[in-house]
Ligand binder design. Structure first.
Ligand SMILES: NC(=O)C1=CN([C@@H]2O[C@H](COP(=O)(O)OP(=O)(O)OC[C@H]3O[C@@H](n4cnc5c(N)ncnc54)[C@H](O)[C@@H]3O)[C@@H](O)[C@H]2O)C=CC1
Ligand SMILES: O=C(O)C(=O)Cc1ccc(O)cc1
Length: 283
């Protein structure tokens, strides 16, 4: 089975390796713009073949996995709808947002090509092939978006050795949940880091004294700026709603503090404590 993976960064390379380890007949054709990445993929035996041009290898593919930044996934989907592909090819992606990706796949799907949107809730703040981890996807929630049950089953089957926790959903539901679960936390972490810069300038020793609170809350403040620009711009409406909800919380606490109202300050944290405790059962 010829599996073309476009984008051998953290998500694409890790997925390719996990599939290769789990499927004897998987032949990985690695595609990336970065020639050094392709050299590395050959060196470590991840890719059986490499190419810098997706459209040179797409016609021979049984499976195509699009694992580049989202705006490139969208562009590739438009171009693939005019490419000469095997009629049985299965195309999927790893993009963090799904509505714009599914819209871009519309023409391809209408032409009869199998496309299933995919997204794993796995990953780190690292990027590139050096962040490769064969176990990155182990037991992760994995969203699948398609209206075609046979296509969904084909992707589940391809990824069966990864022991993923599959969740079939719609692009809209997915993106609404991601705005709160992934986009807003990255905005909050980056805001906290940015807000600390003046204090950091006045007290350069500040980070030495950080306890868990600052470290835990800012961990994802080191995420890839280009990737997060891409994610937020392809999930604008839901992310703006999430920011609005967050701003309301900040305003509530700010007003309670201006009023020096102990009950309101207490209630703010008590509500959070209660909700966080119920969430912990599902973490
Ligand atoms: N890093 C994370 O935590 C997660 C990322 N994702 C999604 O997965 C996708 C990939 O993310 P990462 O692997 O983290 O990014 P990455 O930056 O580690 O890898 C992206 C790779 O795509 C290559 N690339 C860029 N433009 C290209 C083009 N035009 N043609 C071919 N290759 C190209 C880059 O050279 C790089 O090797 C993104 O769409 C992201 O939203 C999904 C879940 C988690
Ligand atoms: O490191 C974390 O906590 C993350 O949130 C990683 C992550 C980043 C992007 C995704 O689309 C999914 C997961």
């Amino acid at each position: 089975m010829r599996i073309v993976v476009n984008g051998l960064g953290e998500m694409g390379a890790s997925l390719a390796l996990a599939i290769k380890n789990g499927q004897e007949n998987a032949e990985i054709i690695g595609v990336d713009l970065n020639v050094k990445t392709l050299q590395r993929a050959k060196e470590i035996g991840l890719a059986d073949e490499v190419n810098t041009d997706l459209f040179a290898v797409a016609p021979t593919a049984d499976v195509i996995i699009l694992a580049t930044p989202i705006h490139i996934i969208i562009d590739s989907l438009h171009k693939l709808s005019h490419a000469d592909l095997k009629s049985t090819v299965l195309i999927t992606d790893t993009g963090s947002t799904k509505k714009q990706v599914m819209d871009a796949a519309d023409e391809l799907i209408k032409n009869g090509t199998s496309f299933v949107g995919g997204h794993a809730m796995a990953g780190t703040a690292k990027a590139g092939i050096d962040a490769l981890d064969a176990h990155l996807y182990d037991s992760a929630p994995y969203f699948l978006v398609s209206e075609n049950q046979a296509d969904l089953d084909r992707l589940r089957n391809l990824l069966s050795s990864l022991h993923l926790n599959f969740v079939e959903t719609t692009a809209k539901k997915h993106d609404e949940m991601m705005a709160m679960l992934s986009d807003l936390p990255h905005i909050v972490a980056a805001s906290l880091v940015n807000a600390s810069s003046l204090t950091l300038a006045n007290h350069p020793e500040l980070p030495q004294y950080a306890a868990g609170g600052f470290k835990d809350t800012t961990r994802i403040g080191g995420a890839d700026p280009q990737m997060w620009t891409d994610i937020l711009q392809t999930n604008r409406d839901a992310t703006l709603e999430a920011i609005e909800l967050y701003q309301q919380q900040i305003d509530t606490l700010k007003q309670a503090l201006i009023n020096n109202n102990s009950t309101e300050i207490f209630d703010f944290f008590a509500a959070s404590k209660q909700t966080r405790m119920t969430m912990e059962e599902d973490f």
